[in-house]
Write a new protein. Structure first.
Lengths: 308, 95
């Protein structure tokens, strides 16, 4: 049977995804290292929350959104690593889409914005995909291996771009910006703002309206961008590897994820089943294992029960 | 109870007969437990294989996944281990 290397041969993006805590980050780093050492490619690993020792091993400490390179003396290619810094990525996104420097600064210094970037609807998921798009655009890498954030729902990051586009086209947004914009919309929204004013305080509502209004000036750029990010995921050169262990709970979640990828016609190149026990152990204890030392072989026939 | 592991060459030079018997029975209990888990894993793999997506299996690396050299080895296992569609083929998996 083919190997993952063969099946992902044409991949420009390899995404490791799956349930939490089963080795997505570790696998992404390992795949990146393998590609960089054995092929003449410029490889980038985009990682999310790496364990401390892994970050140290990859030379990744406290560097925000910057890209650092890993020293690989005998490698055929090169390896760079970047960590996802949600806040820095949001700021960069705002600067890119704001129609003026002044608007960008207004948003960035808005108290609500500062609070909301951490909690903004699926901000983590969306920004991971957004950052990926940005890195692809630089043209500096032949392959990007992407680690995915631990999400409550493994599909969140897949849906994030379209949810973001929907949000910006939504009625909700129009209502939210109404008080700042004035006019008919403001009148229509009045009952809402009056209630909100009483509950939340005028300053908060003011901040919120300003924030969403400024955000609305970036509407087209945002939607366009979100659609482009979405399109990136569906390219035939974007490959998904579903990582799981064989424990029941993660496996069920991973299987569901697998079905969803298939449903969306995304390139699923394989399962990576991590941390399995040597399968020789599954043979009737050790009887069928040719590698077992003589003296053990054949002495455990009574253990055959349950052998599949 | 005299365990079959007692006859193992690996145990021949350890302690006296009573010690060997004790070690072998402990090992046997452990092996039995591990093989129960391994059989459960194998059934899960069989079930997974019915989905038709190629499966690459990687053994647990005893925590050896924290420096570049370890990760290179792990990466090679991930990328170059032949994938399986049935767990019967899994004997090809390096352990
Ligand atoms: N094959 C392996 N052998 C041994 N240890 C492993 C292996 N794969 C992963 N680990 C360890 O398991 C732990 C979890 O791995 P990792 O951080 O890669 O998971 P994750 O899926 O990215 O988690 P999260 O969903 O929280 O981001 C780490 O301590 C890692 O070192
Ligand atoms: Mg992780």
């Amino acid at each position: 049977m083919s190997s993952l290397r063969e099946r992902a041969q044409d991949a420009r993006i390899i995404i490791t995804c799956g349930p939490g805590g089963i080795g997505k980050t570790t696998s992404a780093a390992a795949i990146g290292l393998s590609l960089a050492t054995t092929t003449a490619q410029r490889v980038l690993v985009l990682t999310v929350d790496p364990a401390r020792r892994l970050a140290t091993a990859l030379n990744l400490e406290g560097i925000g959104n910057e890209i650092s390179s890993v020293d690989l003396p005998d490698a055929l290619g090169t390896l760079s690593v970047a960590m996802l810094d949600t806040k820095a990525s949001w700021d960069a996104l705002i600067r890119r889409h704001a129609d003026s420097e002044a608007n960008a600064e207004a948003i960035l210094s808005n108290t609500l914005y500062r609070n909301i970037t951490e909690r903004f609807i699926q901000s983590h998921d969306y920004i991971a995909m957004e950052r990926l798009y940005e890195l692809v655009e630089t043209g500096e890498f032949d392959v990007i291996v992407v680690d995915t954030p631990p999400t409550r729902n493994a599909l969140d990051f897949l849906d994030a771009p379209s949810r973001m586009a929907d949000f910006f086209s939504s009625r909700l947004l129009r209502w939210l910006i109404a008080p700042a914009r004035g006019g008919v919309a403001a009148l229509a929204a009045k009952p809402f703002t009056m209630v909100a004013d009483r509950i939340l305080g005028g300053a908060f509502i003011g901040d919120m309206s300003e924030f969403f209004m400024l955000l609305a000036t970036m509407y087209e750029g945002f939607v366009e961008r979100a659609r482009a990010v979405e399109a990136l995921l569906t390219l035939p050169t974007t490959c998904f590897v579903v990582v799981s262990t064989l424990e029941a709970t993660p496996l069920t979640e991973a299987q569901f994820f697998c079905e969803e990828l298939t449903k969306r016609h995304l390139q699923l190149v394989g399962w990576l089943v991590n941390r399995v026990l040597p399968l020789s152990l599954a043979a009737s204890s050790f009887e069928l294992d040719e590698r077992a030392p003589r003296g053990i072989t054949g002495t455990a026939k009574h253990r055959r029960r349950g052998d599949a | 109870m005299s365990g079959p592991l007692e006859e193992s060459p690996a145990l021949q030079n350890i302690g006296d007969a009573a010690t060997r018997e004790r070690i072998s029975s402990i090992l046997e209990v452990n092996l039995e437990a591990w093989s129960t888990v391994a059989r459960r894993e194998r059934r899960a793999l069989d079930q997974l294989a019915t989905g038709g997506v190629p499966i690459t299996t990687v053994a647990s690396r005893d925590g050896l996944v924290n420096d570049v050299a370890d990760l290179v080895i792990l990466g090679q296992l991930i990328m170059d281990t032949p994938s399986v569609l049935k767990s019967n083929d899994v004997s090809a998996t390096p352990s």
